[in-house]
Design a protein around this ligand. Structure first.
Ligand code: G3H
Ligand code: 13P
Ligand code: ZN
Length: 341
């Protein structure tokens, strides 16, 4: 199957009432882990690359690895998505490279750190929507500012200081025409999300519900959705790591989000933890080993287990054969037709 638009995947997820995990990648092993998990669970796939990932792996390596994935797993609908595009130019370069979906994160200025104005966000996102939709490519926008910081990206603010205003979210979607909207409801990127075990009050789920009521046709996106499971932390610390005590987003909260319009769930940290724990274990238990395959293979398997588990929990498992792929050309034609109507 060719790479497909994220819009199609999320429209189908909305029809089926399930969510789709979007997993970050930087290398071949992570892509392989996701693809195997998807085959095992019969799940549609969203693979996402950040600016940092694109710089680390180089666009062409990433793109060709994804073409290999599409060739090797023809039964799976696969999206290649740009995570946290910081400018129109970054999004354009991803579209030119063959990404089938881009995020224009105009909640921050192009430095990826400074919270922007609503006007700036609307203007940059509109530009990306025009460029992307002309090619049938999906656009995710963001309104509100997430907590934390990743690879230099993020305002480093407290997770609850810039939660999304529902009226502003509605206005933003009307003005930009984005397909999917990332909202801030108290999550943050990285491993250190909450110092105490979150309760049902920790995340601002009422806001999410209100946003979904105002925007029933917009696919909502939850960033910073790693659950930071204790067992993955324990493996790292058991084998010489020094993670401080921390809590992530409970899966039940994500599932409540999915019941209320969340269709894309971003997960990176859980996979980083799984990979690091598996590698540490090999290094500690068998320090004589030096063939990278001896530690990359268990690392890949550990990530596959996390991804397969999330695919089951988000409800995307078993949904690969529900629909035939729509080409990007056809998506572009539909956007053009909708704009005329
Ligand atoms: O947005 C955050 C993702 O975890 C990607 O992280 O920018 O370090 O690649 P990164
Ligand atoms: P986590 O750090 O919680 O995995 O979030 C990843 C993310 O939101 C990528 O955009
Ligand atoms: Zn994110």
């Amino acid at each position: 199957m060719p790479l497909v638009s994220m819009r199609q995947l999320l429209d189908e997820a909305a029809k089926g009432g399930y969510g789709v995990g979007a997993f970050n990648v930087n290398n071949m092993e992570q892509i392989q882990a996701i693809m195997e998990a998807a085959r095992e669970t019969k799940s549609p796939v969203i693979v996402q690359a950040s600016r940092g990932a694109r710089a680390y792996a180089q666009d062409r390596y990433l793109y060709h690895l994804m073409l290999a994935a599409a060739e090797l797993y023809p039964e799976l609908p696969i999206v290649l998505h740009l995570d946290h595009g910081n400018s129109v130019e970054t999004c354009k370069s991803a579209i030119d490279m063959g990404f089938t979906s881009v995020m224009m994160d105009g909640s921050l200025m192009p430095d990826g750190k400074t919270p922007s104005t609503f006007e700036y966000n609307v203007q940059a996102t509109r530009e990306v929507v025009a460029l992307a939709h002309a090619k049938g490519v999906t656009v995710e926008g963001e309104i509100g500012v997430l907590g934390g910081i990743e690879d230099g990206h993020g305002a480093g603010v407290d997770a609850l200081s810039h939660v999304t205003d529902p009226a502003q979210a509605e206005e933003f979607v009307k003005l930009t025409g984005v397909d999917a909207l990332a909202i801030a409801i108290g999550t943050s990127h990285g491993a250190y999300k909450f110092a105490k075990k979150p309760t049902g009050e920790t995340l601002k789920m009422q806001r999410l519900i209100e946003i979904h009521q105002r925007l029933p046709k917009t696919h909502l996106v939850m960033h910073g959705s790693s659950s930071v499971p204790q067992d993955l932390q324990d493996v790292i610390n058991q084998y010489g790591g020094e993670l401080k005590p921390t809590f992530g987003v409970p899966v039940e909260e994500i599932q409540l989000g999915i019941k209320n319009g969340v269709r894309k769930i971003n997960v990176d940290t859980d996979n980083r933890l799984a990979i690091t724990g598996a590698i540490r274990k090999v290094f500690m238990e068998t320090p004589e080993k030096f063939d990278p395959r001896d530690y990359l293979k268990p690392a890949r398997q550990a990530m596959q287990r996390v991804v397969a588990t999330r695919m089951q929990q988000f409800g995307q498992a078993g949904h690969i054969a529900d629909y035939a792929p729509i080409s990007l050309e056809e998506m572009a034609r539909r956007y053009a037709q909708a704009a005329k109507a």
